[in-house]
Each structure stands twice: as C-alpha cells, then as structure tokens.
Design a protein around this ligand. Structure first.
Ligand code: NAD
Length: 375
C-alpha cells in the first residue's frame, strides 16, 4: 500500500500520525510511506528522521497524495480539504464522527472511505488500536500538570523549619481513562485525592490508586455503564442528587479536574456557577470536557477564566501539549490497526467482516455506512 501522512492543519494541532519508529515498521512490512515536508517538525520529528527510516518527503500535500491508497491523519479533514483528495482514497483519522457536518457530504462526493479512530470498539483485541484511550491517558496526566502549574501553591505536604505547607486537595470528576491518570498524577505530586464517577466499576479503580471515591450509589448508578464501557446520560433526579453531594465537597477543594463525557451527547454539567463561587480564591478548575460543551458552564476553550479568584482552565486539546508522546502512541494505534485492512499481498482490503473495521468505517464508495451515524 502507498501510505501518506500530511501535516495537520487544525489550529493548535501539534501531533502527527507517524513517527520515525512507526515509519520504519511500515516500510519493513512492505508499505511505501510518503510524508508531507514539515509534518512532524513541531512534534520533534524532522523530515530527515523520517527519510532515514525509508519515507519519501513530499513538498506539498497535493504531491504527497498522488497515487496514495491510505491517508493517515490525526484530525479528520475539513470539507474543503476532503474535496481536494484523490477519488477513492481511504482516510484514517480522529474524524470527530458525531460533529462532521458538511464533511460527510464532501467525503461521499469524492467516494472517500473514512475510518474513525474514535469508533474503535472496546474489546480486548482492539485495545492496542484504541486512540481515545492512548490520547486520554496523556491528556489526564497533562490536565493535572496544568492544574498544578496554575495553582499558586505547592502540591505535597511540606514540613519545614519555617512551618508546614498543607497538601493540595484534588477532586477528579469522571474516573475513566483520563480521570484515572489525573488521579495517579495528583497522587505522585503529593495531593490528597478524591474522585467521583457514575459507573460502579470506577469505584474499585479509584480506590486502587489510593484516592477516596464519592458518588450517589443508588439503583441508577448500579446500571449506569453501557456494554461498551461508557457512561449513560443520567436522569435529572440523579444529577440533582449528585450536585447536592458534590457541592459541599467542591467548596473545600484546591484543584478540581473534570473529565466527564458521554459519547455523542453534550458533556454533563458537574460544576455549576454556585459551586465555582463557593471555592476559595486561588483554587483551580481544569475542565477537560470543554470541547464537548464543558463540565463547567463558565469554562472557555483554551482560556483561563478568573471568577472571583478561582481560575477555570479549558484546554481543548491536551494531547497536543505533549506532541512527541501523543504522536508516538497514536502512530502505534494506527500501526496495530493497519493489518486489519491489508490483504496478504499487501494491498488495501476493506472487504472484511472484521467487527473492528465495520465499527470504524463511516463512509464507503460514496455512501454513509456506519449505523451509529444513521440513527
Ligand atoms: P469517557 O471519556 O467517555 O468519559 C469519562 C468519564 O466520565 C467516564 O468514566 C464516565 O463514566 C464519566 N462520567 C460520565 N458522566 C458522568 C457524570 N454525570 N458524573 C461523573 N462522571 C461521569 O470515558 P473513557 O475514559 O473513555 O472510558 C470509560 C471506561 O471504559 C474506562 O474507565 C474503562 O474501564 C473502559 N475502557 C475499556 C476499554 C477496553 O475494554 N478496550 C478501553 C478503554 C476504556
């Protein structure tokens, strides 16, 4: 197969869909790899590092795409970009499948086959391909680091001759992949950590990291996990009880990290305006769900908002703040996925009954084929 990697065009996107290490493996598997010049520069991978491993460097995106079978990207294309791709090209990226708007028409107009990395099913066989997990893990780590940086005090308890510095109290809301990594990072930094989630499975995971679990554990909570491992949208009554439980707790926290997401739905509001106002000046909220509408209505994408001295940070793309590691793990996810669409002779083969490919395929030959997009 001829694989192409383009420079990312979304504002603030620093990642790249291949690394010199992944190129070496792809070339070793018999694929031809073309990289648009400068695609990896910001992530710390100059053109030469790619060409040393056997990639061809193309000066422009158009040249890189000539004769390509598969385009590997971090972010899905805009409609205008898709319109310029060669007809029949297969695109694999984080397509943002529930918010594609006019991109879907552009993909179908050019008969592009689009595969969304976000739709990798949560089954054991697909774990190595799961880009949401690989990126969320790094994002959770970085959210805690950013929170600690904005917080104007020390994280661990320090007993010095001049007096004692109290440890920071950290509350992580949503204990999925990102939240668990935020908890682990907060613990490493010396914080006193509590966490909440609506999925019962999270309780044990939180405890195993040495944090205290706080949640409304009623019948709805016991059934709040879907077969895919994601949270369901909770009832208004549950959210009310949850808000009552967490309100008093939030008022005593130094750093609150919110990570709660529900696939295909706006993020639930977990920290309302009154809760923000109850916090002490100098405390920090990091809203990791800001790109999905936010867990705090006062957060703004890529801004640090100050509300009576409480700093609310909304980072819309935390993995992009760790571009070398996030690119490296994303490239490995792609590397693990590609064999599923490669025939024995090395050619592209989308004619597969593989449930992983079916789950990820959005458009094919001019049609939207994904059930999750049809409903
Ligand atoms: P996510 O990013 O969709 O959501 C983040 C967290 O927010 C979830 O834990 C969710 O339960 C929580 N949440 C949603 N609404 C909430 C609310 N009102 N209050 C508090 N918390 C709320 O989730 P994720 O991190 O992608 O994954 C969730 C779980 O899926 C993981 O912890 C893991 O157990 C499982 N998982 C399984 C596989 C696999 O089997 N291959 C791979 C990845 C993740």
């Amino acid at each position: 197969m001829k694989l192409t990697i383009l420079k990312e065009t979304s504002p603030g996107e620093t990642r790249v869909a291949a690394t010199p290490e992944s190129v070496k493996k792809l070339v070793g598997l018999g694929h031809t790899v073309t990289i648009e010049s400068g695609a990896g520069t910001v992530a710390g991978f100059p053109d030469k590092a790619f060409s040393d491993e056997g990639a061809t460097i193309a000066k422009t995106a158009a040249t890189a795409l000539k004769g390509a079978d598969v385009l590997l990207k971090v972010r899905g294309p805009s409609a205008a970009e898709a319109a310029k791709y060669p007809e029949g090209l297969t695109v694999i990226a984080l397509m943002n499948p529930f918010a594609m708007g006019d991109v879907t028409d552009a993909l179908n107009a050019k008969k592009l086959n689009a595969l969304a990395m976000e739709f990798t099913p949560r089954i054991t066989r697909a774990q190595s391909m799961d880009a949401l997990s690989s990126q969320s893990n790094l994002a959770g780590y970085r959210a805690m680091i950013e929170g600690a940086q904005i917080y104007g005090r020390a994280m661990p308890m320090m007993m010095t001759a001049a007096g004692t510095v109290a440890p920071a109290k950290v509350f992580v809301m949503g204990a999925g992949v990102a939240g668990l990594q935020a908890i682990a990072t907060a613990r490493r930094l010396g914080g006193v950590v509590t966490a909440t989630d609506v999925r019962p499975a999270a309780k044990e995971q939180v405890a195993s990291l040495g944090a205290k679990f706080i949640a409304v554990e009623n019948d709805e909570f016991k059934e709040a996990e879907t077969a895919g491992g994601y949270a369901k949208e909770m009832s208004d009554d549950y959210k009310k009880q949850q808000a009552e439980l967490t309100a008093a707790h939030i008022a005593k926290q130094d750093i609150v990290i919110t990570t709660a997401l529900i696939p295909g739905r706006p993020a639930p509001v977990l920290v309302n305006e009154d809760m923000v106002k109850s916090m002490r000046p100098g405390s920090v909220i990091v809203d990791m769900a800001v790109a999905a509408g936010g867990n705090c209505p006062l957060s703004k994408p890529d801004e640090v908002v100050d509300v009576n001295g409480v700093k609310i940070a909304g980072f819309s793309n935390l993995p992009a703040r760790l571009p070398a590691d996030s690119s490296s793990l994303y490239a490995k996810n792609l590397l693990a996925f590609l064999p599923l669409i490669t025939a024995e002779d090395g050619a592209l083969n989308l004619d597969t009954d593989d449930e992983i490919v079916t789950a990820m395929l959005l458009t094919r030959g001019g049609e939207t084929v994904n059930e999750r997009l049809k409903s």
